[in-house]
Design a protein around this ligand. Structure first.
Ligand SMILES: Cc1cc2nc3c(=O)[nH]c(=O)nc-3n(C[C@H](O)[C@H](O)[C@H](O)COP(=O)(O)O)c2cc1C
Length: 360
């Protein structure tokens, strides 16, 4: 294949570039992968309602997330162990996010520290994704390091009290090398833990709403709760002081049978979007996917696997190209919808697709 023209092209290039173990870890979901597939399928159940004869000579994809300007409403989602995908790991992803003008959410399971990423990518808006260890001291140290390195928010992932059962990993025997640097996790997980399940066994399964308070107090940063798919939890999140919510099912990697995030988005938006920002992740591969999420009320989306396909295939340049493809596709989609900015995309710009038999 010559030049890649889409995230899908990068997916094919990525598969050729990495070993089968990390590939299984990257693309896999939990159990039967029902939710993994549902995330993608949900986008095709919505069609656009484009408006015409609107002056779209000047279209911007710029917006803000928690007050931070971004050049497109697509943030880079936290993805663990990036040095397994490319030797430059999170430093490459950080440089790409900075160059393309968006936020990079750095996983607790990062292979580069927040300081290293900040030094590699001056001007980057970094957010710290937090997993809370059973050892609260390790978590406090992690939060302190994130604050010290200038992170702008804590993205607390709340859908992972236990790790989902990822059968692709088990089938292929995916292992994490004991020498892989994990600046915020290695001291806690030790060197004997060779796979994600062993690492995640060190996380606290007894985290509750009450813990939000000490996390907010320790960091004094806005808290983004990632992994909510119900109005009930969205309301509790607001009650407990969350600044934003990510409607997420962890890319179909946790509870198999959880709803597609695009299907869960409207009830969360209806419950809380007037009070906090609502983002969505899961299955973002196209600018049209971003626009559908915006139409259903998301302020922005996070993309996990898509930028990682770029990382696998071509390091920093690959992540940059994926982000710029998503930006170009979104700009074109906005223009063809008759919108000149992400904020203009509204519920009136989409309709459910009508099955042929019921349309007859
Ligand atoms: C390989 C991989 C590792 C991930 N690691 C983390 C993580 O460390 N922390 C986290 O909150 N979410 C993690 N996620 C979930 C992503 O942040 C995000 O919710 C998901 O990938 C979105 O779906 P998408 O990959 O289809 O864009 C991971 C996802 C993948 C694919």
């Amino acid at each position: 294949m010559s030049a890649a023209l889409s995230c899908e092209d990068y997916e094919r290039l990525a598969e050729e570039a990495v070993e089968p173990g990390p590939w299984a870890y990257l693309v896999g979901g939990a159990a039967s992968e029902t939710t993994l597939r549902a995330n993608r399928a949900a986008f095709s159940r919505w069609a656009f309602r484009p408006r015409v004869l609107v002056d779209v000579e000047n279209v911007t994809t710029e917006t803000t997330v928690l007050g931070t300007p971004v050049s497109l409403p697509v943030l880079v989602a936290p993805v663990a162990y990036q040095a397994l995908l490319h030797p430059d790991g999170e430093c490459a992803t950080g440089r790409a996010a900075a160059a393309e003008g968006t936020v990079f959410c750095v996983s607790t399971m990062t292979t580069r520290s927040h300081h290293e990423i900040a030094a590699a990518a001056p001007g980057l808006a970094q957010w710290c994704q937090l997993y809370v260890f059973r050892d609260a001291g390790a978590t406090r140290e992690h939060v302190d390091a994130a604050v010290d390195a200038g992170c702008g928010a804590i993205v607390l992932t709340v859908d992972t009290p236990l790790l989902g059962r990822r059968e692709r990993d088990l089938r292929i025997g995916f292992e994490i090398p004991p020498e892989l640097p994990l600046p915020y996790a290695r001291a806690t997980v030790g060197e004997a833990a060779h796979n994600p399940a062993a690492h995640f066994a060190k996380l606290s399964p007894s985290l509750t709403w009450r813990d939000l308070e000490w996390i907010a107090e320790t960091s004094r940063l806005p808290i983004v709760l990632k992994g909510i798919v119900t109005r009930e939890d969205a309301l509790l999140a607001v009650e407990h002081g969350a600044a934003a919510i990510v409607v997420s099912n962890h890319g179909g990697r946790q509870l198999d049978g959880a709803p597609a995030t695009l299907d869960a988005l409207p009830e969360v938006v209806e419950a809380v979007a007037e009070r906090v920002e609502v983002y969505l992740d899961g299955g973002i591969r196209r600018g049209t996917d971003v626009a559908k999420a915006l139409a259903l009320g998301a302020r922005a989306v996070l993309a996990g696997r898509a930028p990682m396909f770029g990382l696998c295939a071509a390091g920093e340049q690959g992540v940059r190209h994926v982000l710029s493809l998503l930006r170009d596709e979104l700009r074109l989609t906005l223009a063809l919808l008759g919108c000149t900015s992400p904020e203009q995309v509204a519920r009136v710009h989409v309709q459910p697709t009508v099955p042929y038999d019921s349309a007859a």
